[in-house]
Design a protein around this ligand. Structure first.
Ligand code: N01
Length: 478
């Protein structure tokens, strides 16, 4: 029986474990944390929710008729993944609290080592380590001198009281927008330190009635019809818009964001909230509450650049000291890490860190030339954006299982993308990037060091088509 190691027990790792098991491949899952859920375990900040429709953000073999509203709370999503992992027998396969530090390909197998010294060999490795995983903690001068509590949004300290406190939030991405909405009411004062204004799309979080939930329980076809509708609305609107700024879909998207901004009553505040780049160049903030929250009497938008952190609070370039009790770094993530810092050494000592020295690449986001039987879920250049990464991972695991099937049936022992396929994919991807909104004059986590979008730059349909069946001529087998 073939054996596989899955790295990470978040949404994609749970999926991989289930599908490997169903395909007759024995697998162990390695998880450095103490529970499943990945990003939904790590991000527990007040107000956390998924701005992708909850029903679409589920595995197609484990739908959940119980969602309370269009977009689910973080804790409910985490509970969903915990349930699925338990129901499908994944929990027993997981080695918790042990980080994989080394993967070395030797004599046709992957040798794995963990931080605790555990060792094991596998035929196949699937990296399901997530994208938004390693917090980006900017090096603010004086941050160590701050007398209050300071933490990153993905490392929330629930022991720190917030009610009646002066709270500062640095950054104004999707995380900060949710935080501001959740905290402004209870805070004495809430400062939002904005370096670059964001476009905000309104989306009401419509609740599902008990009747609707009863219907979804009784009639899975009705639930599937709803998911098809949610999916096509996003794919025909947002996903089509961002890859072509001259499209009618893009103009429609632009209009909604501009109309939303126009609802900010105070002209001076509106001016400061107005981005100087195109709608959706950065990932859209989806929120029907953010503009109200930032206009709340407790809220202050601070746009003077941060000069340093002092014991009492934040000193900005205009000379003002903003006294704070709590400082939250909603400053995003290092998005080019993927499986790293785990060392991955392929045949002949090829080091993944060297191959990715200029930035992470993978053929169709799943296979790296020179690294046989090593696959990634939601890897480099994978589709990201305001749509379901669960669905993306599902397409990818089915593709990977097709590649693995050739090993299982003895057609070959090893498989990896050819260097030529990787090169061609990357060239086409960079060419397609030129038409996307992400390169129209803003900085964002979508762009790599060279300013090229690190994500899937083609249509979502193309992703679905490419992921349907491997083109075997793009693979080297032995
Ligand atoms: O992080 P971000 P995020 N000084 O990278 C600022 C997903 N997500 O955690 O724009 C001052 O978007 C930075 O400023 P600037 C979603 O995919 C999903 O909010 O670079 N400011 C920016 O404002 C999202 O896109 C949900 O000028 C600094 C902010 O920090 C992704 O996570 C909810 C700074 C970082 O914004 C990341 O979102 C939440 C510095 N030195 C998140 N460094 C869903 O609902 C950085 N900033 C699915």
């Amino acid at each position: 029986m073939l054996t596989a190691a899955v790295i990470g027990a978040g949404m994609a790792g749970i999926l991989a474990a289930i599908r490997l098991d169903q395909s007759g491949i024995a697998c162990d899952v390695y998880e450095k944390g103490d529970s499943v859920g990945g990003t939904w375990r790590e991000n527990t900040y007040p107000g956390i929710a998924c701005d992708v429709a909850a029903h679409w953000y589920t595995y197609n073999f484990a739908r959940n008729p119980e969602w309370d509203s269009l977009m689910a709370k973080g804790e409910d999503i985490r509970a969903y993944f915990e349930h699925v992992a338990s129901d499908f027998g994944v929990l027993e396969k997981i080695r918790f609290n042990d980080e994989v530090v080394l993967l070395r390909y030797d004599a046709g197998r992957w040798h794995l080592e963990t931080a605790s010294g555990h060792r094991a060999d596998y035929d196949i490795v699937i990296a399901a380590t997530g994208v938004l995983h390693h917090p980006n903690i900017p090096d603010f001068a004086g941050i160590d001198t701050f007398r209050g509590a300071v933490f990153h949004s993905a490392r929330w300290d629930h022991g720190v009281p917030l009610d009646g406190k002066n709270i500062g939030i640095i950054g104004n991405g999707s995380t900060a927008a949710q935080l501001v909405s959740a905290l402004v009411e209870g805070a004495k004062r809430l400062d939002l330190y904005q370096r670059t204004a964001q476009w905000v799309m309104p989306r009401d979080n419509i609740p599902y009635s008990e009747e609707e939930k009863a219907l979804f329980r009784k009639d899975p076809a009705a639930l599937e019809a709803l998911i098809r509708e949610l999916r096509s609305k996003t794919l025909n609107g947002y996903a089509a818009a961002v890859i072509d700024v001259s499209s009618p879909e893009y103009r429609a998207l632009e209009q909604v964001a501009q109309d939303n901004l126009a609802t900010v009553k105070d002209a001076a505040l509106r001016e400061r909230l107005t981005p100087d780049y195109k709608v959706a160049c950065k990932r859209l903030v989806i929120s029907s509450t953010f503009y109200d929250a930032i206009q709340h009497p407790n809220a202050r938008l601070v746009t003077s650049p941060i000069e340093r952190i002092e014991p009492e609070g934040v000193r900005t370039a205009d000379g003002n000291l903003h006294e704070l009790d709590v400082l939250v770094l909603a400053t995003g993530f290092q998005v080019d890490r993927f499986i790293r810092p785990t060392r991955v050494i392929g045949p002949g000592g090829l080091d993944l860190d060297d191959v990715w020295a200029e930035g992470p690449l993978a053929y169709l986001s799943m296979s790296v030339a020179g690294f046989p039987n090593f696959f990634l879920l939601n890897g480099p250049n994978s589709p990201v954006g305001n749509f379901s990464l669960v669905e993306v991972a599902q397409h990818q695991i089915e593709y990977i299982l097709q590649l693995v099937d050739g090993i299982r049936t003895g057609h070959y022992r090893e498989i990896a993308a050819t260097p030529e396929a990787m090169r061609r994919f990357e060239e086409e991807r960079c060419e397609a990037a030129k038409k996307t909104v992400w390169v129209t004059g803003c900085d964002s986590w979508y762009l790599d060091k060279k300013g090229v979008p690190a994500s899937w730059t083609f249509s979502y349909d193309r992703f679905v088509q490419e992921a349907a069946h491997p083109r075997m001529q793009d693979y080297e087998t032995r």
